[in-house]
Design a protein around this ligand. Structure first.
Ligand code: FES
Length: 98
């Protein structure tokens, strides 16, 4: 059972899903899909409300940037990486592997 479908994802527009008690931020960039923890590691902000540039997501609250490919915190005030999750795409089905 998939978590969402590819056509629910607009390019560069993050979407939050809930799975196994976790909030996950899912983003399609080109034909790749990335999944990271939705909660910023700096404080309690939802990253799916942030902006995407290239492979980066910027937290709307204080502006920390993270690399969606590996979860790394790229700019202050965040210093801790985000958890990342593997994504399986099968046709139109997208499954986040937790
Ligand atoms: S809560 Fe994200 S940068 Fe502060």
């Amino acid at each position: 059972m998939s978590d969402l479908t590819l056509d629910q994802l607009s390019p560069g527009k993050p979407m939050r899903i809930e799975k196994d008690g976790k909030s996950i931020c899912v983003t399609k960039i080109g034909d790749q899909v990335f999944a990271v923890d939705d909660t910023c590691t700096h404080s309690d902000a939802s990253l799916s409300e942030g902006d995407i540039t290239d492979f980066k997501i910027e937290c709307w609250l204080h502006g920390a940037e993270f690399d969606l490919r590996n979860g790394q915190a790229l700019t202050l005030p965040a210093t801790q990486p985000l958890e990342t999750y593997a994504v399986k795409i099968d046709g139109n089905s997208v499954t986040v592997e937790i």
